[in-house]
Design a protein around this ligand. Structure first.
Ligand code: NAI
Ligand code: UGA
Length: 439
């Protein structure tokens, strides 16, 4: 099939490359010309495992191309996926849908024949009818343009695997048995035939499925982090507690790692956007648990700052603090709402000199937090430090032998914000080891 993907960021570039891998002819469209040029050269404008290889493979054969032209995109195919960003509105908890409506407004006047517009971006429930309205108003093809909803559940750092072999496919349509459904079933034929659970539903359920999934994931993380707060008061170990709970299949171990909490471009803003929309719809009473999940998450960042205070005798002025980690999680260069950088910035604001290291995210971090210091080598990073914070659990950091570090810092104190370093190894190497939720 021929198809386009409008918006080629973390989601869209991956989707475009994976659709080419499924055998389709794909044109990715993005308003950012630099991104388009990078993608056309077979490279991703961000770090995602194996994505460069997939882009190189399919741009080389010509089955995958990128453009900044809506006219070209509209002309190329009659199946259009939209994956533009839907960030949090600055200063509010709601979604900023400007990019989504802008993409629809620019695509619509160029749709002269029957077409299917499939939205993958995450939105508040109730967005689909507005997209349909806009398309029918503006597109010359009018109501021959159908709208489908296909929420995306991929995780960054597993994006290709999650796109090609998803846990489930959710397809939302206005009515049953539409042309849009036929088109999407054909597009995802290989995925569906491999046995992937495929749920066909209405628009509202498809929209809600995404917000509900991310809200649940966020709440699961905050649940174990609330237990960490309790462990801190009772000398219990939240990591062992999580293991014990996780053996119950109804609870499950995955997605329940305690520590500094969730960040990234999705869980925090989707949780807040979900709460804001529920309140707008008059279902505010259902959101208490979600508000608490957000509050627990914020408290974990504050807890690391408090621990740092405690270790440095309540005086951060002039202290040298090394932070291992800038990305919001390992194996990505994404720093959107990064818990590690939020803590680093706070410590800097309190007067410390903060040096950050990260295997992939330093360029992005430098742009957003120019006042912090940066260094590539995590070992050199601890030179003369009064305190080491381990805030993003890259495997590279876990493999460092603390004995190799012991003579470099001014004080051998480490706060393990992710709880993945081995306390015994660090203590045996002469370090004072502190972590959230464990003695
Ligand atoms: N990043 C992820 O892992 C996932 C993201 N999502 C959702 O997918 C959507 C996109 O997220 P990301 O890819 O992370 O964002 P992103 O910011 O990396 O990418 C968005 C892209 O859209 C482009 N864009 C913005 N306005 C445009 C327009 N009018 N026309 C054409 N291109 C335009 C931007 O230049 C950018 O390249 C969001 O709604 C997000 O919640 C859903 C599941 C996973
Ligand atoms: O909507 C999205 O964009 C995506 O958001 C998350 O994916 P992602 O943000 O890539 O990352 P996760 O692996 O879920 O981690 C999110 C944050 O939670 C933290 N986390 C995760 C898991 C855990 O057990 N504990 C924990 O603190 C991570 O460190 C990270 O900061 C969801 O997992 C995806 O299903 C969803 O598609």
């Amino acid at each position: 099939m021929k198809l386009t993907v409008v918006g080629c960021g973390y989601l869209g570039a991956t989707h475009a490359a994976c659709m080419a891998e499924l055998g389709h002819e794909v044109l990715g469209m993005d308003s950012d010309m630099d991104k388009v040029a990078t993608l056309n050269s077979g490279k991703a404008p961000f770090f995602e495992r194996d994505l460069d290889e997939l882009l190189t493979k399919h741009t080389a054969t010509g089955s995958l191309k990128f453009t900044a032209s809506y006219a070209e995109a509209a002309h190329f195919a009659d199946l259009h996926f939209i994956g533009v960003g839907t960030p949090q509105t600055p200063g509010e908890d709601t979604y900023d849908l400007t990019h989504l409506y802008s993409a629809v407004r620019q695509l619509a006047p160029r749709l002269t024949g029957p077409a299917v517009v499939v939205v993958k971006s995450t939105v508040p429930v109730g967005t689909a009818p507005r997209v349909r309205e806009l398309l029918h108003e503006v597109a010359p093809a009018g109501d021959r343009v159908e709208v489908a909803w296909n929420p995306e559940f991929l995780r960054e750092s597993f994006a290709i695997e999650d796109t090609l072999r998803p846990d489930r496919l959710v397809l939302g349509f206005e009515t049953e048995h539409t042309w849009a459904e036929t088109m999407l079933r054909k597009c995802f034929e290989r995925i569906i035939e491999s046995g992937t659970p495929t749920i066909v539903t209405d628009w509202a359920t498809a929209e809600l499925a995404k917000g509900a999934a991310n809200s649940f994931l966020a709440t699961k993380i905050s649940f174990i982090n609330a237990m960490a707060e309790l462990c801190e008061k009772s000398d219990a170990d939240v990591h062992q507690l999580a293991e014990i709970l996780g053996h119950d299949a109804r609870i499950g171990r995955r997605g329940m790692r305690p520590g500094l909490g969730f960040g990234g471009g999705c869980l925090p803003k989707d949780l807040r956007g979900f709460i804001a929309q529920a309140a707008k719809l008059g279902a505010e009473a259902t959101t208490g648990i979600l508000r608490e999940a957000d509050a627990v998450n914020t408290r974990r960042r504050e807890a690391v700052v408090s621990l740092a205070h405690e270790q440095l005798d309540s005086d951060l002025a002039g202290k040298r603090i090394t932070v291992w980690g800038a990305a919001f999680k390992p194996n990505t260069d994404d720093i959107r709402d990064s818990p590690a950088l939020a803590v680093a910035q706070k410590l800097h604001d309190l007067g410390a000199t903060v040096t950050v290291t990260d295997p992939k995210a330093l360029d992005n971090a430098r742009k957003l937090h120019p006042e912090l210091d940066y260094i590539e080598d995590p070992i050199a990073a601890v030179q003369d430090a009064d305190l080491l914070l381990h805030l993003t659990e890259w495997a590279e950091f876990g493999h460092i032998d603390p004995r190799r570090l012991a003579r470099r810092p001014a004080q051998t104190v480490v706060i393990d914000g992710r709880g993945t370093l081995n306390p015994d190894t660090w203590r045996r190497a002469g370090w004072t080891y502190r972590a959230l939720g464990r003695p």
